[in-house]
Design a binder for this molecule. Structure first.
Ligand code: HEC
Ligand code: HEC
Length: 244
């Protein structure tokens, strides 16, 4: 028989404590003085996402700091409603209203924190060359658009709701593209990323995640104000989560 951790008392207490922090509901019930700042309220979040949301230590918990606010907000809604599947976050977000989700998104979007250098990656030249080709040009024969078409020519994202693709761990990138391929991750329809991911072979996912995670993040890591002009011959593609 498997133990269902979600029914154990320590787990329930842990969840309660996290909600208490987050909602500032511990005020008054604390022996030590409690400063009601967003940094304090978001300790529940940064316990997984790293101090100031700069990403977790184990190569999986994604960075939140400095990502476009619209993107972070969309993800909080998707995680709360199960279009992205991560039960620990779903239960933590369940009691939070829409206005609070926006406040959280704007708080993390506003943090400007330098990125660490990328972790060492395999040096398989052919693999990295394929990754770069897909990022810059896509593969018209397979109907794969260039990633830069929407994620920006510096790959730092596009305001208000397309995230950057640099500074993300390889395992995280693999999991997200895999999630779109198998339906575990969904975005608002038309879900352009699901269509794109389904056209990527496993080898192409590997090439993309290897190249992307081996790049330095540019000094100016803010998302671009606008999408770059469409490359000659490229097709406009609509995304429900990024109505340009
Ligand atoms: C128990 C650990 C944990 C806690 C606590 C947690 N998160 Fe997460 N969060 C994750 C993981 C793991 C993912 C990636 C899920 C996936 O694979 O789709 C994630 C994803 C996210 C994303 C999407 C990021 C992206 O780039 O797409 C946002 C936004 C987010 N979390 C915000 C928060 C906020 C705000 C809080 C506090 C209210 C919080 N998280 C608390 C583990 C956690
Ligand atoms: C037509 C526009 C478009 C193109 C082209 C595109 N993307 Fe995206 N991508 C998006 C949008 C919009 C989102 C945000 C989806 C959401 O809200 O969940 C996104 C999100 C992502 C994410 C999630 C990042 C995170 O922090 O969780 C990854 C990974 C990603 N795209 C990879 C790629 C790769 C690799 C390519 C090139 C093969 C690509 N995208 C091409 C629009 C695009």
């Amino acid at each position: 028989m498997r133990l269902d951790v979600s029914k154990t008392t320590p787990y329930k207490l842990w969840r309660l404590a996290l909600r208490c922090w987050l909602l500032g509901a511990c005020l008054g019930s604390q022996a030590a003085p409690f400063e009601d700042t967003m940094a304090q309220r978001t300790l529940a979040c940064t316990s997984c996402h790293g101090p100031q949301g700069r990403s977790g230590p184990d190569g999986y918990y994604p960075r939140l700091a400095g990502k476009p606010a619209g993107y972070l907000y969309n993800q909080l809604v998707n995680l709360q409603q199960g279009q992205r599947n991560y039960p620990l976050m779903q239960s933590l977000l369940a009691p939070l209203d829409d206005a609070y989700l926006r406040t959280l998104a704007e708080y993390f979007a506003g943090l400007e924190i330098p990125y660490p250098p990328p972790a060492p990656q395999p040096t398989d030249k052919a693999l990295l060359a394929r990754g770069l080709q897909l990022v810059r040009q896509g593969d018209p024969a397979l109907q794969i658009p260039a990633c830069m078409q929407c994620h920006g020519s510096a790959l730092t994202g596009t305001q208000p709701s397309v995230p950057g693709l640099l500074g993300l761990p390889r395992d995280y990138l693999n999991a997200q593209l895999g999630g779109w391929k198998n339906g575990q991750r969904q975005a608002q329809a038309p879900d352009c990323m699901a269509d794109i991911a389904k056209r990527l072979s496993d080898a192409d996912v590997h090439a993309l995640s290897s190249w992307l995670s081996s790049q330095n993040v540019p000094q100016v890591s803010r998302a671009a104000a606008q999408k770059p002009p469409l490359a000659p011959g490229a097709k406009e593609i609509r995304c429900g989560s990024a109505p340009w």
